[in-house]
Ligand binder design. Structure first.
Ligand code: MSP
Length: 530
């Protein structure tokens, strides 16, 4: 039976267009979705937008508009178009204004109430619209939210419904301790444990409707709107079919992975499991998600990404200049996944020229053009197994793949890519493949020993075929072009799966090598149409 893989990204507020930070999360998730599809798994990859937020209303008002539905429709379109333009292969784009989501939230609310975990109370405190969260005095710095120091806090004193989160403190802690995989990476786990143990209190989960232009009404009390985080987290259930499609729900839930940024780990690893445990008392099929992975945040040229600093880079501009694959490669390779990092266009340019153009592109160019030149436009045959003339073999590629798989299992995209470039124990990487050409010098050897050159070039072409498959989840376009250059059609072959395709020996000697297409053009010459 096929395995299923349900992966989610955060649903983003639509107060502005996507920037490179959101793109980072979605490109990482897309890489995993593509990887699992290639492995033959059934994949559900969901992305979307968090619409019932005051942040969105403020942005609309700032833009001088008055119709929130029109604003939300337009902005949801901007987000969806961006992911389409970047080839993010989502299966579902969820909007929290969809009726099916409202129904799921209502069902969920009713069930939590039945469990005795929703009660009425009065809230008095400070609210940060930037975070969409109440703040305790300990969380403030100089009486302001440290994440949004330019935003005034709202003083709130109103009737609210509360969720009895404190009743689940022990259960959440036990779950975290018994399931080391649940929160990754490790450092984040400790942060959440401390938070749940020392600060996890009952949550206010509604606001008075009179202050809000958006929000799902509290079932049975139209004067209240459901708190945006309570509503937003439930999107992961809506996508799986909660309350609407039992069969789908049994297939997809629990999610295999919620991919999030470190800023929202507490919501996902404390509030969310507590909510699920409460409703699980009514719905036995409601288990906890398997894993939440929080990646780090990155700065742009050392500064926090912010609209006011004007450094909220539009991913579409970057892609127009460097290509989709290069942006994916850079973001996933440059920053250790899970840690904070820095984005600099100079580094992107450097990596483009060094890693992509000179190392991968050049290797492909040399191996293919020599084969075409010396062997009549065909893949040479490999009759000898003289180690001196073979760059890699069955075992070498297997070793490489094992390492890439292991790193991907831990979501260390940076390490997986580093293995492809630098090899394992200094062997079988793209860097060494280039050195191998320099050392064996087929362009000289061809005059003395053409047979040996055939062996050299076959081993390089076959190695590159395997590399193309290993790279497919990370750099889909380059992978398809590289395979095309070797006479292999990605679409027909992909059905065999990644394991079979990345196994040594797929290229048939004496078949035609088509005129190769350039993988990474010189900067300034990127073909915008492709
Ligand atoms: N709407 C909530 C999420 C609800 S999920 C049930 C939200 N939205 S957000 O628009 O503020 O997006 C936060 C997410 O954007 C982060 O978790 C991360 O995925 C991404 N990032 C935003 N800035 C980023 C960086 N500077 N660096 C890396 N990721 C960034 O919170």
């Amino acid at each position: 039976m096929k395995k299923k893989y349900y992966i989610t990204t955060p649903i983003y507020y639509v107060n502005a267009a996507p920037h490179i930070g959101h793109t980072y999360t979605n490109m990482a998730a897309d890489t995993l979705a593509r990887y699992h599809r290639l492995l033959g798994d059934d994949v559900l990859f969901s992305v979307g937008v968090d619409e019932n937020s005051q942040k969105n209303v403020e942005a609309m008002e700032k833009a001088g508009e008055t119709d929130i539905a029109v604003f939300l429709d337009r902005m949801a379109g901007v987000w969806k178009d961006t992911w389409n333009d970047l080839d993010i292969t989502y299966d579902r784009f969820i909007r929290t204004t969809e009726p099916v989501h409202h129904e799921a939230v209502e069902d969920f609310w009713e069930a939590a109430k039945e469990s005795g975990d929703i009660y009425e109370g009065e809230y008095e405190g400070r609210y940060c619209v930037g975070c969409e969260a109440f703040k305790t005095d300990q969380e403030l710095e100089n009486d302001r939210c440290p994440l949004h120091p330019n935003k005034d806090l709202q003083n709130v004193k109103e009737k609210n419904y509360f969720f009895r989160a404190s009743a689940y403190r022990e259960a959440v802690l036990n779950h975290i301790e018994e399931n080391p995989e649940f929160i990754q990476p490790e450092s984040r786990r400790n942060e959440v444990i401390n938070y749940v143990r020392d600060h996890f209190e009952d949550f206010s989960i509604s606001r008075e409707a009179k202050y809000l232009k958006v929000g799902i009404p509290v079932p049975g009390d139209d004067s209240q709107r459901i708190y945006v985080w309570f509503d937003a987290l439930i999107n992961y259930l809506t996508v799986a079919g909660f309350g609407a499609d039992k069969e789908a729900f049994n297939t997809w839930w629990p999610a295999n992975l919620h991919l999030v940024g470190k800023d929202i780990i507490k919501f996902h690893c404390a509030l969310w499991p507590a909510m699920l445990l409460s409703v699980a008392k009514q719905r036995k099929d409601l288990t906890l998600p398997k894993k939440v992975f929080a990646h780090g945040f990155f700065t742009v040229n050392g500064q926090k990404i912010s609209k006011s600093l004007g450094n909220a880079i539009d991913p579409r501009d970057l892609v127009a200049e460097y290509g989709k694959d290069a942006v994916r490669y850079f973001l996933l390779r440059e920053i250790a996944f899970g840690e904070d990092g820095n984005f600099s266009e100079d580094r992107l340019r450097e990596r483009y020229e060094h890693d992509l153009m000179n190392t991968l592109g050049n290797l492909v160019h040399r191996a293919i053009s020599m084969s075409r030149k010396y062997f009549d436009g065909k893949i040479p045959s490999s009759i000898s197994h003289d180690k001196k003339y073979t760059f890699a073999d069955h075992h070498g590629v297997e070793k490489l793949k094992k390492h890439v798989d292991a790193h991907l299992e831990e979501l260390r995209f940076d390490r997986a890519l580093s293995v492809i470039w630098n090899g394992v124990d200094g062997k079988f990487g793209l860097v060494q493949a280039n050195q191998f050409i320099d050392e064996t010098a087929p362009f000289k050897l061809v005059k003395e020993d053409k047979e040996a050159v055939g062996v050299i070039l076959y081993s390089l072409l076959e190695y590159l075929r395997c590399i193309a498959w290993l790279l497919a989840p990370f750099m889909p376009e380059a992978s398809i072009t590289l395979l095309q250059n070797l006479g292999v059609d990605f679409e027909t072959e992909k059905e065999k799966g990644l394991d079979a395709n990345a196994e040594w020996g797929g290229l048939a000697p004496h078949t035609d090598l088509p005129e190769p297409k350039i993988l990474f053009p010189r900067l300034g010459e990127v073909d915008l149409e492709s």
